[in-house]
Design a protein around this ligand. Structure first.
Ligand code: ZN
Ligand code: ZN
Length: 584
């Protein structure tokens, strides 16, 4: 309450406006540092730059240069996340409708390469003879020779290993001693009801000819979802939480990536060509993952539906029906036995190998989980170069700057409770064969060791905001655009520099991030924030913003000039144009 009023005096009327200079007035003013950050974001300047010290190896001069942090999530750095999204969009755009093979086959081997492989073959023969004759010192020599030849083979420009290395006595190749685990045939995960063709090397789709003679090559857009776990309301929460199958939802989310792999494998076999895709996994409102894909070429919709319906992934892990331990009564590590044991009986828990062997020996064993797609498979054709194609690309990449947990923020109590129930299941669901949570079910995980924390595995899928989507969310097939993300970044920069007529560095438009071929005369190291030449972050931000503002107007002017010269922009340029503003 306020101070006691003097007798005879009325309390002062409540002021209508705060007194000038009062705290309230001051607090209503925007903070200049916040405005600076906002402007940095507006201009696409990284807000958490990394100070790097660059030393010119010719002159010895050093300079501190801010590199963008390169974050992919906007809660870390909006400009960098946005830039990453644009690169992904460029990547999707470039691979989607291409009508030539992105990666033509390799060139024929040279004579030198062939003779090296032949030499390697002779060594293999000799090694085998030496092993049979038990001439171990010779084997050692031959292994050394093999190592040298393989180095030469790699240096000669051949990709990959010619063969797996020979296991020596001290390094056991398999994790568990004994022979490699073999799956019985009944556990093969084929989809028998699908036709099976030999997969051609082709990755581009069919070209169609219209009655007027013009040709067109449409592509596709596909969404794959998981099954229903119970009816949900429009806000994504279950109508009846008690009957919503959270356990299956959790297991499905954890194994969704494997299911997608199987889908592409089955689709390629069924279609008989090397279908290419680029897409993104993200949560639906009900918090189950689904996936959007751009597909190059067209595939009949009923084929996509049939393949999705026939595709499944079986998880052949030990049973999790009985939870034998709880957080207040956990197995303990026995140093002497080098095993996890029951806290009371001190008996060793089933090892991973034992559990799998028991599973193999049981003719009636069932997989612990089978994941399948839901009935909803959305697919449609998209014509290259249309607004529809652009809109679809934006849609695919809509959430990639966000954490999984931030795609659909829980705003109501019902949504928060739904998330909590799912999370509770995810905490219990084993993430991999090495998950510490196996100990709760009385099984020692693969490669068990003393440091495991039963029921508290650090795996990503157990964390609340991953919703069980622990792996990569951007999925791009190998022969999509024939380029890596770094290649696309390089394209965007090259385009901007060509437009500005910048050919060498030395101006503020230097390519700071790579181009090792051009820039070997510099050495880079991380500068420490308290180094005297680094300067306060705010000063560095201001300099970057000013540079960017000037540079942006130069770019706009150059674009105007270029537009007068030519109005034809290819797809790459189109993306670089967007990207240019953030490329430096
Ligand atoms: Zn950044
Ligand atoms: Zn785990």
């Amino acid at each position: 309450m306020t101070a006691p009023t003097l007798p005879g005096l009325e309390p002062a009327p409540t002021p209508v406006a705060p007194r000038p200079g009062s705290r309230a007035v001051r607090m209503a003013l925007p903070r200049s540092i916040d405005v600076l950050k906002d402007i940095a974001i507006e201009y696409g300047v990284c807000v958490r730059p990394l100070a790097m010290r660059r030393t010119d190896l010719d002159t010895g001069l050093t300079e501190v240069i801010d590199l963008p942090c390169g974050a992919t999530r906007e809660d870390k750095c909006p400009p960098c996340a946005k830039k990453n999204r644009r690169l992904r969009q460029a990547q999707i755009r470039e691979g989607w409708h291409r009508d030539d093979e992105p990666l033509p086959g390799p060139e024929p081997a040279t004579e030198a390469q062939k003779s090296l492989i032949l030499f390697r073959a002779h060594l293999e023969f000799s090694r085998d003879e030496a092993v049979r004759a038990a001439q171990w010192d010779q084997v050692t020599d031959l292994d050394e020779a093999i190592r040298e030849v393989e180095e030469a083979i790699a240096a000669e420009g051949l990709r990959g290993r010619v063969g797996p290395p020979h296991a020596s006595d001290d390094e056991d190749q398999d994790d568990e001693p004994g022979q490699r685990r073999k799956r019985s045939t009944k556990r093969r995960q084929d989809a028998p009801e699908l036709p099976r063709r030999k997969v051609e090397r082709r990755t581009v789709g069919k070209t169609y000819t219209a009655p007027d003679g013009s040709t067109y090559q449409p592509s596709m857009w596909l969404t794959l979802t998981l099954d229903s776990y119970g009816p949900v309301r429009p806000d994504g929460t279950p109508v009846n939480p008690a009957r919503y199958d959270y356990r299956r939802a959790a297991w499905d989310a954890v194994h969704f990536p494997r299911l997608l792999d199987r889908f592409w494998q089955n689709l390629r076999r069924c279609e008989g060509w090397n279908v290419q895709y680029a897409g993104c996994v993200e949560p639906q409102r009900r918090l189950a993952p689904h996936a959007h894909f751009a597909i190059r070429g067209t595939i009949p919709r009923d084929v996509l539906r049939t393949v999705a319906a026939a595709t499944y992934h079986q998880v052949w892990w030990p049973s999790v029906d009985v939870q034998r331990y709880t957080l207040d009564r956990l197995p303990i590590w026995d140093e002497q036995a080098a095993a996890w044991v029951d806290p009371d009986t001190r008996e060793s828990l089933t090892t991973w190998t034992e559990a799998l062997d028991a599973n193999d020996d049981d003719p009636d064993a069932e997989p612990v989980h089978v994941v399948r797609f839901g009935a909803q498979v959305d697919a449609r054709g998209v014509m290259p170069g249309t607004e529809d194609a652009e809109r679809t690309i934006r849609y695919v990449t809509k959430y990639i700057t966000k954490h999984t947990g931030d795609c659909h923020k829980a705003t109501t109590d019902r949504q928060r409770k739904h998330l909590d129930r799912l999370w509770q299941q995810l905490q219990m669901t084993p993430c991999t064969d090495r998950c510490a949570n196996w100990l709760l079910y009385g099984v020692q995980p693969k490669k068990a060791h003393a440091k495991l924390k039963p029921g508290r595995c650090k795996g990503k899928v157990h964390q609340r905001d991953t919703l069980g989507i622990g792996g990569r969310r951007i999925l791009i097939s190998r022969d999509w655009s024939g380029k890596t993300l770094a290649d696309h970044k390089h394209d965007a920069r090259a385009w901007v520099r060509a437009l500005l007529g910048v050919t060498t560095d030395g101006t503020q438009l230097v390519d700071y991030q790579g181009d090792t071929a051009e820039r070997v005369r510099h050495a880079w190291e991380l500068a420490r924030p308290d180094d005297p030449d680094v300067g306060p972050m705010t000063h560095r931000l201001m300099r970057s913003i000013s540079e960017r503002a000037r540079w942006r107007s130069e770019l706009l002017a150059a674009k105007d000039r270029a537009a007068q010269g030519s109005s034809d922009l290819s797809a790459t340029q189109h993306s670089a144009q967007h990207d240019g503003e953030e490329t430096q």
